[in-house]
Design a protein around this ligand. Sequence first.
Ligand SMILES: N[C@@H](CCC(=O)N[C@@H](CS)C(=O)NCC(=O)O)C(=O)O
Length: 212
Amino acid sequence: MSGYKLVYFPIRGRGERTRLAFAAAKIDFEDTRLPFEEWAKEKASGRPPFGHLPYIVTPEGKILGQSSSITKYICKKGGLCPADSFDEATADSIGDEAMDLVEAVIKLHFEKDEKKKEESTKKFFETTLPDELKHFEAILKSRDGGNAFFLGEKLTSADILFFDFCNSFLSKGEPTVPEPLKKFPLLEKHYNRVLNVPELNAWITKRPKSEL
Ligand SMILES: N[C@@H](CCC(=O)N[C@@H](CS)C(=O)NCC(=O)O)C(=O)O
């Protein structure tokens, strides 16, 4: 064990992106899956930064919260960050946009008003998501004609965060190309490219199954 620990609930949710980063970075970690009934006690301990999960504990005992920041930190540790600072910021911008989509899907999932949920879900899948995917495909195409990762030959946090949105939130964790991606051939190929990174594929095959 490397001494890293991830603390999250027993779901993919906002924690899976970091689990994928650990796998891609080839860094072992303790995958602590806190039962929901134990959350109140954990929150009261004051350990979770900002009072949420996930967080990681480093081998030195330092604690870091916010899933995107943790994911980028682990990618950096694993050499999965672009060396050029503009490329790094570009990777961040792709990851942030993907996380905006995750938050939109989570909001739809928890919408209590059934009529509003139905209308908003329709609008998201018919308009918002295809518009967004068009942008992601254009960005992908701008490097190596779209035949590599977002920032070129090397996998970065941008690929992991975008893949996690598609896999976890559109394909419900199944290793299949999500329907909305099928109209975007370069994104479809990118999905399979990330899925077939051996370390990611091994993790996805062995990880515990959960609905969310
Ligand atoms: N932006 C934060 C959001 C964290 C968040 O809302 N976590 C949820 C679980 S996915 C949580 O801890 N909920 C329980 C609570 O806030 O009391 C991140 O991405 O880490």
